[in-house]
Design a protein around this ligand. Structure first.
Ligand code: FES
Length: 174
């Protein structure tokens, strides 16, 4: 299931450094919701309402891009059939934070996650670690091809943000 509450924690400023270029189609606030902002802290609300639209047609199979959403890095992985099969084959009882792969994706070909380690907030590295997914070098957390924590001190899977597909090649995060 897509986590509707994702992205509220672990925010850092340094994550700007990790955002890849060429993938962000646009970031916009929903103008119709602006009246609500008067009741709350403006800076927080601008962040809360922002969305990011991404053109997926530029992401080759087996590759990952990183886009910025609410000042956080978001990994968008174009998964291969092997990636998907590996993720789906993992028994839930082997998982520290049990979630099926199907709970973490809308379209299995696309894995979309906040790229912040759930231990202390470092940015995990793609295509590294013991489970063919991501590895956080700060303290040695290994994530699998579904972004689930498999080994190391991180307590939770990488967070899946709220998102939707606008068409076959466009996703809106937030
Ligand atoms: S911050 Fe990732 S393992 Fe500690």
């Amino acid at each position: 299931m897509v986590d509707q509450t994702a992205g509220a924690q672990g925010e850092t400023r340094r994550d700007f450094l990790y955002v890849a270029t060429g993938a962000v189609a646009g970031v916009g606030a929903l103008a119709t919701l602006w009246p609500l902002i008067d009741q709350m802290n403006p800076a927080e609300d601008v962040l809360a309402l922002s969305t990011t639209e991404v053109d997926l047609s530029q992401v080759p199979l087996g590759q990952q891009i990183i886009v910025s959403w609410r000042s956080k890095p978001v990994f968008i992985r174009h998964r291969t059939e092997e990636d998907i099969a590996e993720a789906e084959a993992v028994p839930l009882e082997e998982l520290k934070d049990p979630e099926t792969d199907a709970d973490r994706v809308i379209n299995p070909e696309w894995l979309i996650m906040v790229g912040i380690c759930t231990h202390l907030g470092c940015i995990p590295l793609a295509d590294q670690g013991e489970y063919d997914g991501w590895f956080c070098p700060c303290h040695g957390s290994h994530y699998d091809t579904s972004g689930r924590i498999r080994k190391g001190p991180a307590p939770l899977n990488l967070t899946v943000p709220t998102y939707e597909f606008l068409d076959d090649t466009t996703v809106r995060i937030g």
